[in-house]
Every structure is written in C-alpha cells, then in structure tokens.
Design a binder for this molecule. Structure first.
Ligand SMILES: [Zn+2]
Ligand SMILES: [Zn+2]
Length: 230
C-alpha cells in the first residue's frame, strides 16, 4: 500500500475501495457499518482475509433485524468477530495501514443505487483521530455477538413450527434442559464451565437434537441442526 495522499472516490468506485481494506489487510480489519447485506465479492474478500489470518471484526448497529440476518450467521460461521453498538451511524473501514471513511453501509443495495463517497486516508496524523475514535469509542462500546444469541430466536421459531417441545440438551452431559442456545449447559456443567468461561471449549452433544457432535458454548448446535435453520 502506498503511503501519503488521501484519495476521494464516489459511487461505483466506493465498494471496491471498501473491499480493498480487507484485501490489503495483513493483521486486522475493522468494518464499522450500521447495516449489513453481503454480496459475493464482499464475502470472497472476507473469506480470503480470514484464511490469511487477518483478524476481521464487523461492528453493526444493535438492531434485532440486523442481528437476526443470515449475513450475521454467515460471518460467525466464517470466524469473523461480530459486535453491536446502540445508535451506530458511522461507516468506517480500517486496517493496520489505512482508514476509509465513507457514507456507504456494507450492503449490496448501496453498491447499486445510492450516491456514496469514500475517502481513503493513509497512515499519518489524519488517521490517528479516526483510529482513536474507532478503538476508544466504537470498539469500547461494542457488545460481542455469539452464535448462540443469534440462533436462539431461529431455533424457537423452528421448533414452534414443527410443534416440538422446547426441550434441549446440555452440550456437555446431554441431560434434558430448556431449549435456549444462549444457555446450552445444565446448572452443574455450567458451574464447571464458568471457572474458565471459554466459549470455544469443545463439548460433546448437540443442544438441539441431543446427538453426539463437536459443539461449544458459543456454537451449541451440530452442523445438521445449524444448517436446518438457514
Ligand atoms: Zn450438563
Ligand atoms: Zn443437532
């Protein structure tokens, strides 16, 4: 990436400028976008960044519609960290070398119809204030989103449709508990888990179907149950 001059672009050039933040990232990328509606090029850029061990974080507006979208589930499945902030309106995309401030949300609709701009700033005094705003305010206020929280509403819906009971299973010992993917452990197992609170720690049972599967506190469903939600 070249150092120095900031560059301004508009309309059809904007999506590419935003995706270049992902493509050029070597260490991390933070995408601050109130709304989300991924399109194939955006998904590709995210997948490639994650494969290249870039720490990708997406910060969204705390809004149930945004949170329950398929895109959020897709991000979590693809090892992207997702967090939300109340009242978020800023759109800022940055990596360790450059900052893009833009009017564009990371949504497919914006790539087609909206009049948008993006201003790329390469690292110097100008970017410092933006970086500070993102790390000290936006990231500091952000609440992490786990797969369990997002999936919970969908699981409830699915089971209500199927006329099944709201019974689930402890992901560690398999005992019957309420179906609630945000609380996938029985009280006893929870106490043990709580000593370490590692959301990725491998468990043995699917919270929904009770079959043996590699699950975790963060991702309590087997792949079959998870897929059936999509
Ligand atoms: Zn248990
Ligand atoms: Zn299952």
């Amino acid at each position: 990436m070249t150092n120095g001059r900031s560059r301004f672009c508009t309309d059809e050039e904007v999506p590419g400028r935003i995706l270049s933040v992902l493509r050029d990232a070597r260490k991390y990328a933070i995408l601050v976008t109130p709304y989300l509606g991924l399109w194939p090029h955006a998904e590709d850029a995210i997948v490639v960044a994650v494969k290249n061990r870039v720490d990708v974080k997406v910060i969204l507006r705390a809004d149930p519609q945004v949170l329950n979208s398929e895109d959020v589930q897709w991000l979590l499945l693809n090892k992207v960290k997702v967090a939300t902030v109340e009242g978020l309106h800023a759109k800022i995309y940055l990596n360790e070398a450059a900052v893009v401030v833009s009017s564009m949300n990371l949504t497919r609709a914006s790539t087609q119809a909206s009049l948008d701009f993006a201003l790329t700033l390469h690292d110097d005094a100008d970017t410092e204030a933006v970086r500070e705003y993102v790390t000290r305010t936006v990231v500091a206020l952000a609440q992490p989103v786990t797969a369990g929280k997002v999936v919970m509403n969908e699981v409830r819906k699915m089971f209500n449709h199927a006329g099944k009971s709201d019974r689930g299973h402890c992901v560690r010992c398999g005992t019957d508990i309420d179906l609630d993917p945000s609380r996938p452990l029985c009280p006893d197992c929870y106490d043990v888990w709580a000593a370490y609170k590692n959301p990725e720690y491998a468990e043995k049972v699917c919270h929904s179907c009770g079959r043996s599967a590699t699950t975790s506190y963060a991702k309590p469903l087997c792949s079959t149950c998870y897929r059936s939600l999509r």
